[in-house]
Design a protein around this ligand. Structure first.
Ligand code: FAS
Ligand code: PHB
Length: 391
């Protein structure tokens, strides 16, 4: 079959891009390794920057987000047993974030794509291969239903995440990778219990980091920093709740409602950037090009800003026959990516207990937190990065 843009991956990046291109009259197909249910079953991000909310509106899929999403005006930092609030509107001239799970973002985009009858091929497994993207007639080959198929296209968007085929298809000499792996993971638990507080609590404790988040007033999402060698199956619900209690302040401990977990998984933490993000007619977007530790809630939001830049470049190409936006895509996206990488790294280094470091490092972290919550300048720096820097 022939189309204008072949998109690899039906995560947030691929689905957002497909929707923006469709609404601009640009034909596209999405090829996805897994089933739609498998994609929806992955529990990932929870916090959307205004940039991402605006993009969902631009895609025409913002209705449920505005109805069910929770506008959050701050977060709490817990350290040395006490909580301190970071006031987003007060520090950023009115900006807020939206709590609305990545699963729901994906569900809304999948539903819109299906309603419009746009070509989306799920369960292609690892059959996708990319060809000719260094020329003017790229091709994507894949197998589905036991049949080898080919897509002749004009551009390929690699939206297939960190372990995808797109970045792996780039000649080694053409790409430079920057990486930092953190010596711990996040054990996440999802449960249908009311959140311990109406805003997120980021906790720095002698036992390690903890995060109290949510998906709705009736569904909570909690995270515990755990050693890399831990496995989720080693953590019964009881063990998780006991450890979370041990990392909370007395008030939160008192209010904590526990219950059976719906999902429990451990995510490794890494910082990663691949440069550049363009190789001829192949463009990388989202986790295919970069990874951030989830501390700063930037992963999904960076995928959204990549897509906004890439869609603008492709639309300019087709409408005005100008390649300026596409030629500038990688540099423009990487500037915002590296700022988010820095913030996510900084917040991760500040909030976590690093194996092999001693009391001095903990005291320095506590001193930085103490300075941060008592300095308007430092709190503003945290707030403006958390709500999302300008595009
Ligand atoms: P995604 O990885 O979401 O989507 C890529 C898609 O491509 C997947 O559906 C995959 O199946 C498909 N694919 C892969 N290889 C393919 C191939 N060869 N052919 C076809 N399709 C292929 N971010 C936060 O902000 N907060 C969090 O708490 C958070 N938690 C996370 C936990 C985990 C375990 C992971 C892995 C990530 C987490 N993230 C979090 C980051 C996450 O939300 C990503 O930033 C977001 O999913 C990025 O979206 P995409 O770029 O679309 O990549
Ligand atoms: C989440 O709700 O999953 C979440 C929220 C904030 C983060 C990371 C994860 O920094």
């Amino acid at each position: 079959m022939r189309t204008q843009v072949a998109i690899i991956g039906a995560g947030p990046a691929g689905l957002l891009l497909g929707q923006l291109l469709y609404r601009a009259g640009i034909a596209n197909i999405i090829l996805e390794r897994q089933s739609a249910d498998h994609v929806l079953g992955r529990i990932r991000a929870g916090v959307l920057e205004q940039v991402t909310v605006d993009l969902m509106d631009e895609c025409g899929v913002g209705e449920r987000l505005h109805r069910e999403g929770l506008v959050h005006q701050g977060i709490e930092l817990l350290f040395k047993g006490a909580r301190h609030r970071i006031d987003f509107p007060g520090l950023t001239g009115g900006k807020t974030v939206m709590v609305y799970g990545q699963t729901e973002v994906t569900r809304d985009l999948m539903a819109a794509r299906a309603a419009e009858g746009l070509p989306t091929v799920y369960e292609v497994g690892d059959s996708v291969s990319l060809h000719g993207f260094d020329g003017t007639s790229p091709q994507v080959r894949y197998r589905h239903g036991g049949v080898e198929r080919q897509v002749d296209c004009e551009f390929i968007a690699g939206c297939d995440g960190f372990h995808g085929v797109s970045r792996a298809s780039v000649p080694k000499g053409a790409i430079h990778e920057y990486e930092k792996v953190y010596p711990f993971g996040w054990l996440g638990l999802l449960a249908d219990v009311p959140p311990v507080f109406h805003e997120l609590i980021y906790a720095h404790t002698e036992r390690g980091f903890a995060l109290c988040s949510m998906r709705s007033p009736a569904r909570s999402r909690y995270y515990l920093q755990v050693p890399l060698e831990e496995r989720a199956e080693q953590w019964t619900d009881e063990r998780f709740w006991a450890e979370l209690r041990a990392r909370l302040d007395p008030q939160a401990r008192e209010r904590l409602v526990t219950g059976p977990s719906i999902e429990k998984s451990i995510a490794p933490l890494r910082s990663f950037v691949a440069e550049p993000m363009r190789f001829g007619r192949l463009f990388l977007a989202g986790d295919a090009a970069h990874i951030v530790p989830p501390t700063g809630a930037k992963g999904l939001n960076l995928a959204a800003s990549d897509v906004k830049y890439l869609a603008a470049g492709l639309i300019e190409q087709y409408r005005e026959r100008s390649a300026a936006g596409l030629d500038h895509y990688s540099e423009r996206a990487l500037r915002r990516i590296w700022r988010a990488e820095r913030f996510s790294w900084w917040f991760t280094m500040l909030m976590h207990k690093f194996p092999g470091t001693g009391e001095f490092d903990r005291k320095v972290q506590e001193a930085e937190l103490d300075y941060l919550v008592h300095s308007r300048a430092a709190s503003t720096a945290l707030a403006e990065n958390y709500v999302g820097l300008p595009l």
